[in-house]
Design a protein around this ligand. Sequence first.
Ligand SMILES: [Cu+2]
Length: 240
Amino acid sequence: MRFLSLLLILAGSSFAQEVLAYPKVYWENSYKVWLAVAVVIYLVVAIPALYFMLKYRYRAGVHEEGEHIEGNTALEVVWTVIPIIIVLFLATYSFANFVKQRNAPEGAMEIKVVGFMWGWEFEYPNGKKVYAFFNPQSYTVPEEQKAYIPAGKPIKVILTSRDVIHSFFVLPAMVTEDAVPGRLTHLWFQINKPGEYYALCREFCGTWHSHMFAVLKVVPEAEFNAWLSTGTMQQQPVQQ
Ligand SMILES: [Cu+2]
């Protein structure tokens, strides 16, 4: 019981902190719980193993013929039931986190993202488009190539590709999904702190794979709405 309550405290501690991004936090919660269980099991196995190695090491003339042990029903029940409880807990807890990681919350804003060699097209609900990629001439990202994202709002990305398979990786949210030509895939994320973050291509897709990054400019919602309602639809810029 003390062990279980330790797990619950560990799991709870990450909710108490300020959450920078979703679904990162769900992944981290699963990771922390698995790590705690793994460390505890390691200690439960390794410490007695060391003790027995020393206690029952070979000494000339001591217990040389060994001892015969018939078995211990109580011990066998304990070492069957406890692992079953641990495994069921890990499975259900992780699956609950996975469901939250995978499915966008109700009311998420939908953005369509199309990967292409070598960049990303973002299409917002009102049709506004942003083309985001690396500029080898200037090493800077012009303002019109930044994909604005409202802070603290869940974003559902509907993803596809124009040419080959890419993978859209939202770095601060620790979430990635393949962009496959002819198919729609999805992921969701939410970034709570305004600032500039990166989304990258995470599937090696050819010569300028490394140029495929997008600056996500996370701004307060009012600023986002103002940005969204201004500016004309852009054409995809010609890349050198
Ligand atoms: Cu790519």
